[in-house]
Design a protein around this ligand. Structure first.
Ligand code: NAD
Ligand code: ZN
Ligand code: ZN
Length: 352
């Protein structure tokens, strides 16, 4: 390692399931032969980080845990086997920290499905620290003209919704409902959908989120908190009143997962992306059959999806609505997120 890399750094550490996070100094890790060490400058805060801290999911995260998987920074050290990344390159730490690259899933670019995948901020420490490690083969390559602060949320939220929209099969000119549209993934989904030539029906709760969705380009906004008949309103917001061709479920509650098949257009596709704790999907078999509805899941994206999602951002086709706070204030962001009060994305600056 070079002399400028310190031995200690600031990090936010989850010591036990349920949290909170503790802002403290921890050792700077050393990259293995196939890894890089990234000086994380900014990291987005994804709801997944909160699920991880709260122990919401069936797979337990490592403990103690440094969360974070939208980390944008500069490569400061690399292992002996890394020859396609240079010190000084800009790179991003995403949810998929590494995978085996040899199993049948990896071989066909389905690396998120790799049985030995490493997950940033879940099974390995992530980007809520000043220096984080990732497998060189999997880091997102960030062109130098891309702003590290603004691009951070693209590294999970952007990639995930870009992939989800592609999985939905919706084509330019068609409509997509974005459920949870005022949150981090949702705000990005509106933008990617617009850039792909889709009409957007945004669904979330409250006026502030409605204004944000409209400002980002949503054609209509349906407020799940005040709507008297959400299914009818969503259908009516589409050109023929037949419902959207696709639904992206990004919400952190179960209810919309039960509702989506009621308003999706016949032959339409419901894509599950949000991961509310303990949630189940329920749909009437009769309707699913007679209206030929597809229900599927979509999980982050592969390396190609990553670079394509970043390229949309680089070309100015999507912008990220974000607010920046110091890494030391992460718990406050989690508190707001828990209350459903985050509009867009929070980014943490690791220097404060
Ligand atoms: P977020 O907290 O920023 O946004 C969630 C939004 O859902 C909020 O705006 C909230 O108001 C809204 N919401 C809650 N109940 C709703 C309802 N009944 N109808 C409509 N909207 C509702 O969270 P985020 O960071 O955007 O993450 C969203 C979810 O996606 C999380 O569960 C996260 O773990 C998951 N996620 C999945 C993947 C994947 O690969 N599948 C990747 C990243 C995140
Ligand atoms: Zn995420
Ligand atoms: Zn694999």
């Amino acid at each position: 390692m070079s002399a400028e890399i310190p031995t200690e750094q600031w990090a936010q550490v989850v010591e036990k399931p349920g949290g909170p996070v503790t802002y403290k100094k921890i050792p700077v890790p050393t990259p293995g032969p196939d890894e890089v060490l990234i000086n994380v400058k900014y990291s987005g805060v994804c709801h997944t980080d909160l699920h991880a801290m709260m122990g919401d999911w069936p797979i337990p995260p490592k403990m103690p845990l440094v969360g974070g998987h939208e980390g944008a920074g500069v490569v400061v050290a690399k292992g002996s086997l890394v020859d396609d990344i240079s010190i000084g390159d800009h790179a991003g730490i995403k949810w998929l920290n590494g995978s085996c690259l040899a199993c049948s899933f990896c071989m066909q670019a389905d690396e998120p499905l790799c049985p030995s995948a490493l997950l940033s901020g879940y099974t390995v420490d992530g980007s809520f620290q000043q220096y984080a490690i990732a497998k060189a083969a999997h880091v997102a390559k960030l062109p130098k003209d891309v702003d590290l602060e603004a691009v951070a949320p693209v590294l999970c939220a952007g990639i995930t919704v870009y992939k989800g929209l592609r999985e939905s099969g919706a084509r330019p000119g068609q409509s997509v409902a974005v459920v949870g549209a005022g949150g981090g993934l949702g705000s990005m989904a509106i933008q990617y959908a617009r850039a792909m030539g889709l009409r957007v029906v945004a669904i979330d709760g409250g006026e502030e989120k409605g204004q944000s969705c409209k400002a980002l380009g949503a054609d209509a906004y349906v407020d799940f908190q005040s709507s008297k008949d959400l299914v009818k309103e969503v259908r009516e917001a589409t050109p023929e009143g037949q419902g959207p061709h696709a639904v992206l479920l990004l919400a952190v509650s179960e209810r919309p997962f039960q509702q989506a098949t009621e308003y999706v257009r016949s032959r339409g596709t419901v894509v599950c992306i949000g991961l509310p704790a303990g949630a189940y999907l329920k749909a009437p078999v009769f309707d699913t059959v007679l209206r030929m509805i597809t229900i599927k899941g979509s999980y982050v994206g592969n390396r190609q999806d990553t670079q394509e999602a970043i390229d949309f951002f680089r070309r100015g086709l999507v912008k990220v609505p974000y607010k920046t706070v110091g890494l030391s204030e992460l718990q406050k962001v989690y508190d707001l997120m828990h209350e459903g009060k985050v509009v867009g994305r929070y980014v943490v600056d690791t220097s404060r």
